[in-house]
Every structure is written in structure tokens, then in C-alpha cells.
Design a protein around this ligand. Structure first.
Ligand code: SF4
Length: 326
């Protein structure tokens, strides 16, 4: 069935922008914050070197720290960080409401009392439509889920989303990137969040070393069957200072990713065609910090990438879910 492109605002997929305009009557931008937390892959619990692609900024290089100079969280320090992140967005002509995005590191990896204070500070900002919390399924114990359920009840006009960095369903790739938890853990926590009525957005990386196009599409097919609400399809960025960057310097072919925009778009379009049409596409390209980016160099022109994607999908007369059969 041909989708209702009106609801998708003319795009051949259900973008976050379209979802926000349908749901909140306006586009919502993400104000990126660094919650001052670490990650089990970095603090020694599971490892110290992080996932092989993760930068020193914990995949949140544009996020503002909510801590003051003494490393403490307070209403003042939070509001300062929030104000800075809104100023960084001011050139985009934003509306009045924002998504507070806890982006860097693992944002449920801390004492429940700290998370309680942190999330309340965010939810009580008058210009916050809701919060989006990037984390890992193995850092979402039951007391944290119960906290989220309580906050949902206390702030009924705000949303709480969880973003899970799955990256791939293939255990060999997960081992190679040092993700540090099995697929069963993801599945179990997604089920629990679904029972709690907390929307889940899943991060997938396209171009992981050793993965074929069919491997990536298998991840998309699997996610179609999960009780999730959104997806981010991210290009694998190869960044300076990461183990993946060091591998690329020794042997570019072994580091994965896509050497050309055309090959990347071919996989993105095939992924979108398979994707459940109700899943909100939160991202199709990323924003790698230019100072850290080693490859792929074509990815810096994000506008060109998106324009080419839209043009190719129009030429092919295809859209999100065209090949989805329930
Ligand atoms: S789980 Fe996230 S923050 Fe932690 S090392 Fe991996 S990518 Fe970085």
C-alpha cells in the first residue's frame, strides 16, 4: 500500500520531524547534554577502551555537561548546560519546545537518586517537550525502569524515550566492536520497557566491519518484530583516537564503513524498504565531529547525502515499508 505522504510531509519515510509535527504540531530539536555519567565499557566494569568506534566524548561530542566546575549537579549547572545547548541550536530557527537529549556515554548508568534528580531537572524545564535517554540495555536495571514509570506518572504532559545502542544483531560483530552484552539482554529489556509503555528507539550502525548488506538487512528485519517505536540508521564513522581509527590507519579495508555515498545509499534504501512503516526514523546520517573524522570523507556533506537519498527514492518510486509484509 502506498503510504500517506501527507503525514510524512513529502518524505519517503516517517522522519522524526514528521512525527513531531503530527504529534506536537511543530518540529522539535534535540538539546544535547552530557549527564556526567560513565559507561560500563569504559569504567572497567566490562572494559576500559569502549566500543571500538566510540570517541573519547562517549559518542556525545556536541553535548554540554550538566555538571559544574566542581563536578556537581545542581539546578544552576543543569540550566546553564541546557541554555548553552539551546544557544547552539539558535541558528536553526527552532520553535519554542525541545527534546532534552542525554546523549553522551550511558545515561542510566548511575545511582537511582542521581538519575531521579537529573531527569526531574530536565522534565521541569518549561521548554522541554520531553526527554530522550541514550543508554545500553544492560544498564537498565529494574529500579531505573521503576523510576521512569514514576516520572511518567508525575509528568504526564512530557514524554520519556529510551534510545538503545544495539548496532547489530550479529554476535560476531557485537564481539568485534566490544558491545559487551548479548542480544537476549536487549530483547528482555525492550520487552520490559514495552510493558511499561516507554517508547524505545534503537540505534543501528550500517557498515560494521565484516557485515554484508544482507547482514545489515537481517538486523532491520529483526527490529521490525520488536515492540519498538523508532530507529536510527547510522553510518559507521571512523574517528581519530578510537581503536577503529587505528585499524583504519593500518588497513582501511578492514575497518568497514562505506567508501562511496552510492554504496551507503543503496543499503539505506534497501533498509527503509524493509522497515515497518510505523517506525519513526530518527536519523539516517549522523554528525561526526569534523576534527575527528578519518573516514568516510564524503559523509561531511550531509545535505548532499540526504538530497541524493530523496532523489533516488523518488526515481525508484520507493518508500519506507514498500517491501514490508507484516
Ligand atoms: S556503550 Fe556507548 S558510550 Fe559506552 S563505549 Fe560503547 S558507544 Fe561509547
Amino acid at each position: 500500500m502506498n503510504p500517506d505522504f501527507t503525514d510524512w510531509y513529502g518524505k519517503p519515510y516517517y522522519s522524526l520531524n514528521a512525527y513531531c509535527r503530527n504529534t506536537f504540531g511543530q518540529k522539535l530539536y534535540k538539546a544535547s547534554l552530557n549527564a556526567g555519567l560513565s559507561c560500563p565499557n569504559r569504567d572497567g566494569t566490562l572494559g576500559r577502551r569502549g566500543c571500538i568506534f566510540c570517541s573519547a566524548g562517549g559518542s556525545g561530542d556536541f553535548a554540554y555537561s550538566v555538571l559544574d566546575e566542581a563536578g556537581k549537579l545542581s539546578p544552576d549547572s543543569f540550566e546553564t548546560a541546557y541554555r548553552k545547548s539551546l544557544s547552539a541550536l539558535s541558528f536553526k530557527g527552532t520553535g519554542q519546545m525541545f527534546i532534552v537529549y542525554f546523549q553522551a556515554y550511558t545515561n542510566t548508568y548511575g545511582p537511582v537518586s542521581y538519575l531521579d534528580t537529573l531527569f526531574r531537572l530536565a522534565l521541569s524545564q518549561p521548554s522541554a517537550a520531553g526527554i530522550s535517554i541514550a543508554t545500553r540495555p544492560d544498564a537498565l536495571p529494574e529500579p531505573v525502569v521503576e523510576l521512569l514509570i514514576r516520572l511518567k506518572k508525575e509528568y504526564p504532559s512530557k514524554f520519556i524515550w529510551i534510545e538503545l545502542g544495539l548496532q547489530t544483531i550479529h554476535e560476531s560483530s557485537a564481539d568485534f566492536i566490544r558491545r559487551g552484552y548479548p542480544l537476549s539482554c536487549f530483547e528482555e529489556r525492550v520487552k520490559r520497557l514495552s510493558q511499561a509503555d516507554i517508547p524505545v528507539i534503537v540505534h543501528v550502525i550500517l557498515g560494521l566491519p565484516g557485515e554484508s548488506r544482507e547482514d545489515m538487512l537481517a538486523t532491520v528485519r529483526y527490529l521490525n518484530r520488536q515492540p519498538i517505536q523508532g530507529i536510527k540508521l547510522q553510518l559507521l564513522y571512523i574517528l581519530k583516537g578510537t581503536d577503529l581509527g587505528r585499524l583504519w590507519e593500518r588497513d582501511p579495508a578492514a575497518a568497514g564503513s562505506f567508501s562511496t555515498m552510492e554504496s551507503y545509499l543503496d543499503t539505506v534504501i534497501a533498509s527503509l524498504e524493509l522497515l515497518r512503516p510505523d517506525l519513526v526514523v530518527h536519523r539516517l546520517t549522523g554528525d561526526a565531529p569534523r576534527s575527528l573524522l578519518l573516514a568516510p570523507s564524503w559523509s561531511t556533506d550531509k545535505k548532499r547525502v540526504l538530497n541524493t537519498l530523496h532523489r533516488q527514492m523518488a526515481e525508484k518510486q520507493t518508500w519506507q515499508g514498500m517491501l514490508y509484509h507484516g
